[in-house]
Write a protein of this length. Structure first.
Length: 118
């Protein structure tokens, strides 16, 4: 039994979010929550909320589900829209500043379930 949660328009670049997501892929939900709670990255708080939402979705799908049986099956990040801002530079030129956003998807499943596409 799989359940997923998606958080869109997170104001963090996908590269930085992927660093944190790579730490929790394949880990149990309890271990991943502990990691995210004490990780000094700003995006870890948002990822922790997304993970809790995925666990809640899994429990709602199947009432008799134990949380310690769940594993983070997939944790992906995709590009969101980029806000474009400009900084004045010397001699009337401008320098672009790209404020990137990301879409975070977390899939949790039971330990004994085989990996399925999608």
């Amino acid at each position: 039994m799989q359940a997923r949660a998606v958080t869109k328009y997170v104001r963090c670049s996908p590269r930085k979010a992927n660093q944190v997501l790579s730490m929790i892929r394949g880990k149990s939900v309890e271990h991943a929550t502990d990691l995210l709670t004490f990780l000094p990255k700003r995006v870890a708080k948002t990822i922790n909320k997304t993970l809790k939402s995925a666990v809640s979705n899994a429990v709602q799908k199947e009432n008799k589900l134990e949380i310690h049986d769940l594993v983070v099956r997939a944790a992906t990040v995709g590009d969101g829209p980029t806000m474009k801002r400009f900084r004045p530079r010397a001699q009337g030129r401008v320098y672009p500043i790209l404020k990137r956003m990301s879409h975070i998807t977390i899939v949790v499943a039971t330990k004994d379930e085989p990996v399925s596409a999608g």
